[in-house]
Design a protein around this ligand. Structure first.
Ligand SMILES: [Zn+2]
Length: 85
């Protein structure tokens, strides 16, 4: 009788530990996803800040308009500015 109880308790403990492990793994991956999306948002925010006109602060509509040196012509005020400055 006692042996069965011990066995039962052991199985319960094992299942409990497995659940904890899975729970922390799940929590870890959720944390990773949150971290990733936060970093993505940060990068996008930076991009938007970089790609706005120095003169009228209009956001750049087409990032492919940027020349390799970073020069781009504003679509609103038609003035040149540099996204790396
Ligand atoms: Zn402008």
């Amino acid at each position: 009788m006692e042996l069965i109880f011990m066995l039962f308790a052991g199985v319960m403990l094992f299942m409990f530990i497995q659940n904890m492990r899975q729970g922390s793994m799940l929590f870890g991956s959720v944390q990773k996803i949150i971290d990733l999306s936060l970093k993505k948002q940060e990068a996008e925010l930076k991009k938007k800040q970089d790609y706005s006109c120095n003169h009228c602060h209009a956001n750049l509509e087409n990032p492919s308009d940027i020349s390799p040196s970073g020069d781009v012509k504003c679509h609103q005020c038609d003035q040149w500015y540099n996204v790396y400055q």
